[in-house]
Design a protein. Structure first.
Length: 100
């Protein structure tokens, strides 16, 4: 078990652990903020932006509270095809010229 004195003796371990935690948090935060802004969820956006939980709140949002994409929830029904009637025009007969 590493004590506080051991952390000061090995700062590379502490910095690498901190770097991993920051990168982990930024990835989840960016992903969750992007989804909340695309879905116009202002309350979630503000909460995710302010609260820093090392990605836990962001993961919970992405799993349970994110709205499902439209393609997954909407069932597609086939519409009956409408048959269009074709109209053929006949050439108009030329009018006779009358001379006076």
């Amino acid at each position: 078990m590493m004590t506080l004195y051991g952390i000061y003796q090995r700062p590379a371990w502490a910095l690498s652990g901190l770097l991993v935690a920051v990168v982990w948090s930024l990835i989840w935060k960016g992903y969750a903020l992007w989804y909340s802004s695309q879905n116009k969820q202002k309350g979630w956006f503000i909460a995710l932006l302010i609260v820093n939980t090392l990605g836990l709140l962001e993961i919970l949002y992405l799993i349970w509270f994110r709205p499902q994409p439209l393609g997954m929830t909407v069932s597609v029904e086939k519409k009956p095809q409408v048959q269009h009637k074709t109209v053929t025009k006949t050439a108009a007969k030329p009018k006779k010229k009358t001379t006076v």
